[in-house]
Design a protein around this ligand. Sequence first.
Ligand SMILES: Cc1ncc(COP(=O)(O)O)c(C=O)c1O
Length: 375
Amino acid sequence: MARIYLSVPHMGGAELGYVEEAFRSNWLSTVGPNLVAFEQDFSKRIGLPCVALASGTAAMHLGLRLLGVGPGDEVLCPTLTFVASVNPAVYLGARPVFLDSDRASWNLDPNVLEEALRAKAAKNKLPKALVAVHLFGQCADMDPINELCRRYDVAVLEDAAEALGATYKGRPAGSLAPVSAFSFNGNKIITTTSGGMLAAQDPARVEKARFWSQQARDPGVAYEHTEMGFNYRMSNVLAGMGRGQLEVLDARVARRREIAFAYRDAFADLPGLTLMPQAPYGLHTNWLSCFSVDEAKLGVSRDALIAALAADDVESRPVWKPMHLQPLFDGAERFGGAVAEELFRQGICLPSSTNMSAEDLARVVALVRSVARVG
Ligand SMILES: Cc1ncc(COP(=O)(O)O)c(C=O)c1O
C-alpha cells in the first residue's frame, strides 16, 4: 500500500499551461506576465494590493520591516506556531515575546495579549509589533486583537500562511491588518513549490516591499542603491503555477473541510478524540485536520497514535511545538498559562491532502480506530 502523506501538492490542471507559456515566451526570470496576472488575481481575491515573493518567510521579513521593526524592539507572537512566524523578527534584530493560546480557537488569546500590553505599558516599553498568526486554517479573533493593538499603538502583521481561503466575520484572512503574509510552500492549501505573497492596505507599502524584494535598486540606469534590499522576488515560472492554483482554491477549501468533517464523524463515537474547535466568527479551512487526544479517554497516547500510523506508512504529526519550549528561544519572555503546552501535548495533525482518495481516508480512520482501546 502506498504511503499516505500529511499534505501534498494538488494541481488543478491549468498550471502547466501557464508555466509552458513562460517557457514559450522566454519570461524565465523574476519579471513577466504570470507575475502580473497572479498578483492581479490574488488582489481580487483578498481585496488588497500585493506582491509575489520567494516565500512566506520573505513576506514576513519584509512585512515586519515595513512596520518599522528593528534592532532592540520587542515583537509579540503566539507561542503555538511554526518557527517561521518568529524568525523574521529575529532577522531584524528584534526580541520575540510569546503569548499563550485560546482554547476556543487554538490561536492567540486576546486576554493574554491584553495582560502583556498592560504589563509592557506599565514599564513604559511597548512592543513594536504583533505577529497575529492564523493557525491550521482558522483566523485568530482579530477584532479584539486589533482593538488592543490600536489602543497601545502596536503594529499588526497578519501571518496568514496557513489560512488562505479562511474568513473572519465575512472578510478574507490576510485582509484584517495593515500588512499580511501568505505562503505557497508545498504543503499549503495551494502551492507554487515555494513562494509567498505580501499584501498591505496601503499600496505604497506594497511598492516598498516590491522595491526591497529586488535588491532596492534606485531608479535610473546606474546600479545605485540607497537602501539595503533582498533577492526575494517570485519567479515568473512559479507565478504561472500560482495562477492555476488560485483557480481551484475554493474547491481546495471545500475538500479540506470535507476531510476534517469526515474524520470528525467517523470518530464521533470515540471519546477523547476531538476536532480542533471551529470558532463561530469565520470559515475554518481546516488546512490540516487537527485533533486533540485525551489519552485517558481514548486509551492511547498522542505519541502512540503517531507511531501506530507511521508503522503503517501513514504520516501524521504533533501540532506545532510551542516556541517557548524551543532551545532556539530559551529564556524568552512569555505571558499566559499552559494552554499551548497542553494543545501541543495532545494535538495531532492527520493526513489532509485534498487529493487523498476515499480509500486512503478510510485506511486512516480504520487505523486510528484499531489503536483506540475504547468500548
Ligand atoms: C504559520 C506559518 N508562518 C510562516 C510560514 C512560512 O512560509 P514559507 O514556508 O513559505 O516561508 C509558514 C509555513 O511554512 C507557516 O506555517
